[in-house]
Design a binder for this molecule. Sequence first.
Ligand SMILES: *[C@@H]1O[C@H](CO)[C@@H](O)[C@H](O)[C@H]1NC(C)=O
Ligand SMILES: *[C@@H]1O[C@H](CO)[C@@H](O)[C@H](O)[C@H]1NC(C)=O
Ligand SMILES: *[C@@H]1O[C@H](CO)[C@@H](O)[C@H](O)[C@H]1NC(C)=O
Ligand SMILES: *[C@@H]1O[C@H](CO)[C@@H](O)[C@H](O)[C@H]1NC(C)=O
Ligand SMILES: *[C@@H]1O[C@H](CO)[C@@H](O)[C@H](O)[C@H]1NC(C)=O
Ligand SMILES: *[C@@H]1O[C@H](CO)[C@@H](O)[C@H](O)[C@H]1NC(C)=O
Ligand SMILES: *[C@@H]1O[C@H](CO)[C@@H](O)[C@H](O)[C@H]1NC(C)=O
Ligand SMILES: *[C@@H]1O[C@H](CO)[C@@H](O)[C@H](O)[C@H]1NC(C)=O
Ligand SMILES: *[C@@H]1O[C@H](CO)[C@@H](O)[C@H](O)[C@H]1NC(C)=O
Ligand SMILES: *[C@@H]1O[C@H](CO)[C@@H](O)[C@H](O)[C@H]1NC(C)=O
Ligand SMILES: *[C@@H]1O[C@H](CO)[C@@H](O)[C@H](O)[C@H]1NC(C)=O
Length: 866
Amino acid sequence: MSKITPASPEIHFYTIFLFFLLTFSSCAASQPHDEEQTILLKLKQHWKSPPSINHWTPSNSSHCSWPGITCTNGSVTGISLPDKNITGTIPPFICHLKHLTAIDLNSNYIPGKFPTILYNCSNLQYLDLAMNNFVGKIPDDVDRMARLKYLILGANNFSGDVPKAIGRFPSLQFLSLVQNEFNSGSFPPEIGNLSNLEVLQLAYNRFVPSAIPENFTRLKKLKELWMTKSNLIGEIPEMVGDMPALEHLDLAMNNLSGKIPSGLFRLKNLTELYLFWNRLSGEIPHVVEALNLAAIDLSSNNLTGTIPDDFGKLTKLTGLVLYFNQLSGQIPESIGRIPTLKDVRLFSNNFSGEVPPDFGRYSMLEAFEVPDNQLTGRLPEHLCAGGKLLGVVAFDNKLTGELPKWLGNCSSLLTVMIYNNGFSGNIPGGLWSSLNLKSLMLSNNSFSGELPNKLAWNLSRLEISNNKFSGKIPCSICNANSLELLDLSYNRLTGMIPQWLGNLSNNLLVLDLRMNNFHGTIPGTFARGNRLRNLGLNGNHLEGLLPQSLINCQNLEVLDLGNNKIHDRFPNWLDTLPALHILILRSNRFHGSIGDSKTRFPFPKLRIVDLSHNEFSGFLPTNYFTNLKAMMNMDEEEKGERRYMGDGYYRDSVTVTVKGTTIVLVKILTIFTTIDLSNNKFQGVIPKFIGNLNSLRVLNLSHNILTGHMPPSLGNLRLIESLDLSSNKLNGVIPVQLVSLTFLEVLNLSNNHLVGPIPHGNQFDTFENNSYSENLGLCGFPLSKKCGDHNRPLIQEEDNFEFVDGFGWKAVSMGYGCGVVFGLATGYLIFLTGRPKWFVRMVEGSRHKKSKRLNKSARRQGGRRN
Ligand SMILES: *[C@@H]1O[C@H](CO)[C@@H](O)[C@H](O)[C@H]1NC(C)=O
Ligand SMILES: *[C@@H]1O[C@H](CO)[C@@H](O)[C@H](O)[C@H]1NC(C)=O
Ligand SMILES: *[C@@H]1O[C@H](CO)[C@@H](O)[C@H](O)[C@H]1NC(C)=O
Ligand SMILES: *[C@@H]1O[C@H](CO)[C@@H](O)[C@H](O)[C@H]1NC(C)=O
Ligand SMILES: *[C@@H]1O[C@H](CO)[C@@H](O)[C@H](O)[C@H]1NC(C)=O
Ligand SMILES: *[C@@H]1O[C@H](CO)[C@@H](O)[C@H](O)[C@H]1NC(C)=O
Ligand SMILES: *[C@@H]1O[C@H](CO)[C@@H](O)[C@H](O)[C@H]1NC(C)=O
Ligand SMILES: *[C@@H]1O[C@H](CO)[C@@H](O)[C@H](O)[C@H]1NC(C)=O
Ligand SMILES: *[C@@H]1O[C@H](CO)[C@@H](O)[C@H](O)[C@H]1NC(C)=O
Ligand SMILES: *[C@@H]1O[C@H](CO)[C@@H](O)[C@H](O)[C@H]1NC(C)=O
Ligand SMILES: *[C@@H]1O[C@H](CO)[C@@H](O)[C@H](O)[C@H]1NC(C)=O
């Protein structure tokens, strides 16, 4: 169990309060002074004198001045030794201190079961044993400590169920059982009988799923209810509206359903309301009288309707967190006028209309997060009025117009994320160089103008792709030493790619200059030890040779040089790059044969290769087909989990041709594999070793001059989804082994010299004429030409080594077996269909934020410790 950290303000407060109380309340009949000192010294000995209580030494000064000891009228009434490395048990003789009213041993390493010996401390009112190593059940007669006011047992390993006796402490004010291992049963409704209870903390326990007992609503003095992550189900009792003292309600991270009781928003003393991460539905109650509310977090529920305009009356509100719901309507202007407002997190809802222009004008906004809504109009004019704004996060909306000027004068800004909107015009001058700016993400808008001469010195992320920026790359960027991500793709930038961009790569992870109008050569200045992961230069007018210094990019995962005019031979010398996943040389002037590799396992990670539309010639690279490890026997583990390249910091994207169409993969599954060698002048046969690449999903060898038979080993490409061998000079029959390729969705064998019957069964029953057109002698379904008897399926002889391991027979029986129905499985390829690019980032971001908050609240509930 992880122990949790420092002093909780609440507990600290109670401690002080308690000792203050005790000073005036202990009984006067005092125990002999020496006797008490002897007991304390015995205690010290029992605990083997941890250094922290070494100062307890006999002397003629009173032990009342020893650290951790409190006396009242000369008698020991309190022992307070939190976080003192105590590893021993609590000894029975501690209760021989007859006036002992308070024991605080929070954050030590005390082992064993609940110390029932404390039943003999008959005056005990305050017991804090949180964050120790206690195990076992809390005993059924725990209520024998009848005078207890504070019982704090959080962050131990107490297990079993919580005994009903816990509801029989007449004076109990503070009960904390957070973060234990209660696993058989739930919290007893008897807790509802603790009529003096002010604080109840049951959070972070794996209780048996149960509803909040109605009886809890009888706790009329309860100020704080913490039941975070306690396996709550059912609805929140409407009667919580009748708990007038409630100040803090945390029911987050449960499985609560139903509506938010309207009574909650009438609780005059309520200041913090955390209901996030449940399944609450319905509308947010519209009569709002809880005027002390300072924090509202209802995120990750299923709430509908609008934000009540009443919320504007919450003049102490600092945080309004409503993301991941289905809220709609406008963001009320009244909220934007709350002077205390700091955090507004409304993302992933269905808010529409314009953000009120005055929003934030009288506030001290720090976070303004509204992405993934339907917002229109301009950004409001005064978000930074309080001078504290850290982030404008508004991507994935329909915002338009020019950016307001204030963005250029808001020096507190750390991040501006406004991609995927309809903004236009120039970027306000000061924004580029805003003092504290770390990320500026403007992609997918219609911004124009030139790049600035000055950039924020700390900028680590600059993404402006898909806009109309023009001009050259200015040297402001060469001073941006913190830059990790530079995405200028899909703009109208011109000129040469400056040599210094290569040097910059010492910090740079992503350099994406695709789809601009750059000319000249690729900079040759990639320094040793650079961190570059993604180099995208596709779609420019670059010419010349590949620079040898690319070999210094040992972390390179994506190299996309397609659609340029590079005139070179195949870069075998890159095949030692240990991390290269994606190599795209498509549509250039590469020529010559690919040749052999001198590397034992060349391109060990390569999964996406596109060499199409070049002038390569010679034989297909058998040597590579035999050894591309990443396309063979892909781990089972990797198949299960859907991950994308660059997850977590940047979504790599590439353009590839798949299943006959050219698509932009805005995210690339790490399991996606393709080889595209089409439209070259490769000749000779298709090597049977192609069958080794059994994790390949797309293979395109079309438009070459390949001859010979289709190797039956193609039937080993068990994951293949698209196979295009069209427009070659292949002859012979279609191997029946292909019938076993149950993921195959697209097959193109047209324009060859194939003959004989088209296999049937499985996917082959779904292909149409155009898969086979323009061949010499194919027959059978779907073609109208019938097969004669002489066209009985042939089993090819030349490759019959495959029959040795029985594979071929399996395929044959599958193809021709009677009535076996195979599911027409669909593939794993996910193109533009999934969640948008930002989604995972956001989820990760919010999860991160949540866990931070969690720790904080756990800390507040648990006690102290490092
Ligand atoms: C301490 O002793 C004084 C007089 O001796 C008495 O008035 C007072 O009530 C005592 N305080 C407590 C808390 O017993
Ligand atoms: C006892 O107290 C006296 C006076 O306060 C002091 O001088 C003396 O050193 C003390 N003795 C011990 C053993 O602490
Ligand atoms: C507890 O022990 C740790 C290491 O054993 C030490 O660093 C720490 O200072 C000790 N704390 C106290 C209060 O003695
Ligand atoms: C409590 O005290 C009584 C007598 O005062 C003694 O008999 C009993 O053993 C004690 N219990 C424990 C658990 O120390
Ligand atoms: C408490 O429980 C956790 C996890 O269940 C376990 O790792 C830890 O060893 C336990 N501690 C003790 C003292 O039993
Ligand atoms: C709780 O109080 C009710 C009456 O207010 C009583 O009937 C019930 O027995 C009590 N429960 C316990 C466990 O004491
Ligand atoms: C719950 O409260 C009702 C009265 O509201 C009482 O009759 C009942 O005994 C209580 N249940 C428990 C388990 O204390
Ligand atoms: C609400 O808070 C105020 C101020 O702290 C306090 O005086 C009042 O008693 C509280 N109301 C209730 C019902 O506890
Ligand atoms: C929440 O409850 C629903 C049904 O009430 C159940 O299907 C679901 O698994 C529960 N979720 C969790 C996380 O307990
Ligand atoms: C959310 O509400 C919609 C209807 O408003 C419903 O279809 C959907 O199942 C709900 N989702 C959850 C997780 O309860
Ligand atoms: C979002 O709001 C628009 C109108 O603003 C509405 O047409 C659309 O159906 C809503 N979508 C959802 C998922 O509620």
